[in-house]
Design a protein around this ligand. Structure first.
Ligand code: PXP
Length: 259
């Protein structure tokens, strides 16, 4: 299989988490977006949650203006609600990624169950596509979820890597191998249907290479680890190292022949 470039989307939600701990304007997620792009991020991801616990409406407005001015993509993560759909239609981000959302969760704990919720998700996909957004569905790496995502008109699936990353961190090699197998098969099935394949959640330096080595995956979205690591080495250093690991995993010697 020909080698394809892999993009890095940096999720800056937790810059806003730190800002919101004290109120005020510092640290500013837009400044983080600027630094992330300088350090090699291809785009910026932000999740406007219903409870606005990190990114705010004003952040989305400023990020949209900033990134549009620099012709860089904003990937807006959002729940499937009328409020979020209206916001996405007003801002028309380059990409919209539909995610499940529960108020009591700390982070997006699982994928969107599109197989069960297709009657709610399908019209949302259509509305976002009509607004000019590239629509992605954040799903578990399962053949059923991939098939339904395709059937309801999504252009992209983002495969949830959380279970794989958790297993690696827990030192559970067999469980991790099983999750990686699921990711591998789901990526393959999605690409075979003509869907663009992204992956994300819980990725750190120890897990990025295995995910980036999946040839069908063309974008990774990484947030919490990079923002945490930035405390020690700076955002630029953290992103540059992640980028190097992604590129190493993608090197021709890792698989296949270069294009
Ligand atoms: N992709 C999606 C769809 C997400 O919801 C998140 C978390 O907001 C991420 C990627 C990034 O996950 P993490 O912050 O664990 O790197």
């Amino acid at each position: 299989m020909a080698r394809r470039l892999i993009r890095l989307g940096v999720n800056i939600d937790h810059v806003a988490t730190i800002r919101n701990a004290r109120g005020g304007a510092h640290p500013d997620p837009v400044r983080a977006a600027e630094l992330a792009i300088e350090a090699g991020a291809n785009g910026i991801t932000a999740h406007l949650r219903e409870d606005r616990r990190h990114i705010s409406d004003d952040d989305i407005e400023r990020l949209t203006a900033y990134l549009r001015g620099r012709e860089r993509p904003l990937n807006l993560e959002m729940a499937v609600t009328q409020e979020m759909l209206a916001i996405a239609e007003a801002h028309r981000p380059h990409a919209a990624c539909l995610v499940p959302e529960k108020r009591e969760e700390r982070t997006t704990e699982g994928g969107l169950d599109v197989a069960r919720q297709h009657s709610i998700v399908a019209p949302a996909v259509q509305r976002l596509r009509q607004a000019g957004c590239r629509v992605s569905l954040f799903i578990e790496p399962s053949p059923v979820q991939v098939a339904v995502a395709d059937a309801i008109g999504a252009q992209v699936v983002e495969l949830h890597t959380g279970a794989y990353c958790d297993a690696v961190r827990a030192g559970e090699a067999e469980v991790a191998a099983e999750h990686l197998k699921r990711l591998t098969e789901a990526a393959h099935a999605a690409a075979a249907r003509g869907l663009e394949v992204h992956a994300g959640h819980g990725i750190d330096y120890a897990t990025v290479e295995a995910v980036a080595a999946l040839p069908e995956v063309v974008e990774l979205n990484i947030g919490h680890f990079l923002i945490g690591e930035a405390i020690f080495v700076g955002l630029k250093g953290a992103i540059e190292r992640m980028r190097r690991l992604m590129d190493r995993a993608r090197a021709p010697s890792s698989y296949g022949s270069p294009e």
